[in-house]
Design a protein around this ligand. Structure first.
Ligand SMILES: Cc1cc2nc3c(=O)[nH]c(=O)nc-3n(C[C@H](O)[C@H](O)[C@H](O)COP(=O)(O)O)c2cc1C
Length: 456
């Protein structure tokens, strides 16, 4: 399988423009400028490339939604916020190959008719921001950024913007608010950014990894890209594997790759003496998988959705037997309670309650009824609470990802893991609560397991 995203990572001094060019860098830009915008968009559309920021939306299709008739400038924003716990791919792309990202941005801007691009970097990415600025300087000096690039008549300016380190600024409309200098708070959609985005102008927001696939697609063609991965999830993906494995790292493989092989082959397997308890497949927002599910899971959008979870941003976190699921979930919930932007009541209040209840259970102060209370809270945090997926009650039947009660899916992104952990590892929560209440009998009305309710 050819590497699409990480192909230059091993080269000495890979960040330098000369090294990038020695390996064919910026040649695809010349080809794209000759092809013309429409042909570039078509190639990306035909490749089936899907957004790597989490939602998996088809990239070429998103570009065609842009309001090109408004007369307003079109802005191109690259999402380099990468705050989802368990995910660490975009920072390595900027560490190793900043010019690949720049070439991807220039080609994409040319395709959609944008002359101004912003790379919104997570505030903590000090080194990456430096590398990106240096790359912009080099590419400007070489004539790839600026006015009339390569004599094509096309102008492009790229700004590297430093965020202040808030998870919610990774949500695309939160990112746009922050970029405008306002609080990083998401906006109601519609209107979608393609119609009213940055400064109320048509805007594309794409993830770093998504944009880095564009040069390869233009160089090799949509068919070559589609030859990798699965029919509906084509291409390659950079997965991050962390936890007690021998070689925690990021790995580029074809979509549809078996999760167990990512853990055992790519990441070298579990450390000696470690046994697998569970695995988070796509970052901390995603429903958890049991070892039985890990054994059969395929890492593509459809296969994971069918198991009631999501590919997300590709952050695989391996959970060892010795780790308490209650403590793990408490930790995750604390993060979300801290990061909620506070605009929507279900999210602001719900995430705080969930975190407090889990903190109590974990600290030996749990009460009978807490599990049901957590479920009830999560039902109110998720969109479409009342129709349950027959197997995975945190998904609405046939509708996949949620949203609906709040401006963005942040609150769903906490409710999904909470409910999946409660259902799949209920015994751990029950044991912690029973320990805190050694002499108390469980009242009949709250003893019924939610996993039974899940079968509705
Ligand atoms: C709470 C929250 C955090 C997000 N964080 C990121 C992020 O750090 N990076 C990212 O690319 N997308 C993130 N997203 C997804 C973006 O909203 C958006 O879908 C994505 O940037 C679009 O790019 P893509 O189509 O290339 O995936 C986040 C979404 C939510 C709801």
């Amino acid at each position: 399988m050819p590497l699409v995203i990480t192909k230059n990572f091993g080269h000495e001094n890979s960040r330098a423009i000369e090294v990038y060019r020695e390996h064919g860098g910026y040649e695809t830009l010349k080809k794209a400028l000759e092809m013309g915008p429409g042909a570039v968009i078509n190639e990306v559309k035909n490749s089936g490339l899907r957004g790597r920021g989490g939602a998996g939306f088809p990239t070429g299709v998103k570009w065609t939604f842009l309001d090109t008739k408004s007369g307003n400038p079109i802005y191109f924003c690259v999402n380099a916020d990468e705050s989802e716990p368990g995910t660490f791919k975009d920072r390595h792309i900027m560490n190793n190959d900043p010019h690949l990202l720049l070439e991807g941005i220039i080609i994409s801007c040319f395709a959609v008719g944008s002359h101004k691009a912003f790379v919104y970097c997570r505030g903590e990415f000090h080194r990456q921001i430096e590398f990106m600025w240096k790359a912009v300087e080099e590419a400007t000096a070489a004539g790839f950024i600026g006015k009339n690039i390569l004599g094509s008549g096309f102008d492009i300016d790229i700004v590297i913007h430093k965020g202040a380190g808030a998870y919610i600024c990774g949500e695309e409309t939160g990112l746009l608010s922050s970029l405008e200098g306002n609080k990083g708070q998401p906006r109601i959609k519609p209107p979608f950014p393609a119609i009213k985005g940055l400064y109320d102008c048509p805007t594309v927001v794409n993830n770093v990894e998504t944009i880095c696939a564009v040069p390869w697609i233009i160089e090799n063609g949509a068919d070559a890209y589609k030859a990798m991965g699965t029919e509906r999830s084509p291409g390659t993906k950079v997965f991050c594997v962390s936890g007690p494995v021998k070689n925690p790292n990021f790995f580029e493989v074809e979509l549809g790759y078996p999760l167990i092989d990512l853990i055992n082959k790519e990441a070298g397997g579990l450390r000696d003496g470690v046994e697998l308890k569970a695995c988070i497949p796509g970052g901390s927002s995603m429903p958890i998988l049991t070892p039985e599910e890990v054994a059969v899971a395929k890492m593509d959008y459809e296969a994971l959705n069918a198991m009631g979870t999501f590919l997300g941003s590709g952050g695989i976190v391996v959970i060892p037997k010795t780790m308490s699921i209650v403590s793990l979930l408490r930790n995750i919930a604390n993060f979300y309670a801290h990061e909620s932007c506070g605009q929507c009541t279900p999210c602001r209040e719900g995430s705080g309650w969930v975190a407090k209840i889990l903190q109590n259970i974990d600290a030996g102060r749990g009460r009978h009824g807490d599990i049901e209370l957590l479920h009830d809270l999560c039902d109110n945090m998720r969109g479409w609470a009342h129709k349950f997926h027959p197997i995975q009650p945190w998904l609405k039947k046939d509708e996949g990802m949620g949203g609906g009660k709040t401006i963005c899916v942040f609150s769903d992104a906490l409710a999904w893991p909470v409910q999946s952990y409660l259902i799949k590892f209920r015994h751990e929560f029950e044991e912690a609560i029973a320990k805190a209440n050694p002499s108390a009998a469980v009242p009949a009305d709250i003893s019924e397991s939610r996993s039974v309710a899940a079968a509705h």
